[in-house]
Design a protein around this ligand. Structure first.
Ligand SMILES: [Zn+2]
Length: 169
């Protein structure tokens, strides 16, 4: 996975943004509440994978195109929020994690991911002609004896593999 540094913090972001409308956040009383989130102008927010300096992967939530993020019921406006993965719905988590070779673990009751290999790679099966991102469900189904790895997308294409339509590597 290719990570891009944000410059002003120790965070770097990766993958494509996924639109979100709500986030599960801790309240002042310590319980969890689902809050509506949007841009200052009321558009859906963006969630992207983000990695902090210690390698912990969560999601960076911003307004679209880095607009300010608003939580209307808390009357809060801020540039971004770095949240654990379980602040997002299962559907959004899955979408975000597709390009990543990762393992999940719990830390202080929150769900975080860690990258297993820093280098990007793609995976294909000896018995088919498509290649995948390592986080694709189909990639997980390829039995280990049949796995072929490619470091780059071009390497996979040159070997006659085409991108899987669902994970779209
Ligand atoms: Zn796939």
């Amino acid at each position: 996975m290719i990570w891009k540094s944000l410059g002003h913090s120790d965070l770097s972001v990766g993958g494509k943004p996924v639109l979100i409308r709500s986030l599960l956040l801790c309240t002042e009383l310590g319980d969890f509440h689902r809050y509506r989130v949007c841009s200052e102008a009321g558009k859906p927010a963006w969630a992207r994978l983000a990695k902090d300096g210690s390698g912990k992967i969560g999601a960076l939530v911003t307004g679209p195109y880095s607009e300010m993020l608003k939580i209307p019921s808390r009357k809060e406006i801020q540039p971004h929020l770095f949240v654990p993965l379980d602040s997002l719905s299962k559907r959004v988590q899955k979408k975000l994690l597709i390009p990543l070779n990762y393992e999940l673990y719990e830390e202080e009751n929150t769900l975080v991911a860690r990258e297993i290999a820093d280098e990007p790679y793609y995976l294909a099966s000896r018995t088919s002609s498509v290649f995948h991102y390592p986080g694709c469900k189909r990639a997980h189904e390829v039995i280990s004896g049949n796995r072929i790895y490619f470091k780059t997308r071009n390497e996979a294409l040159e070997n006659g593999y085409r991108p899987h339509k669902i994970c779209n590597p």
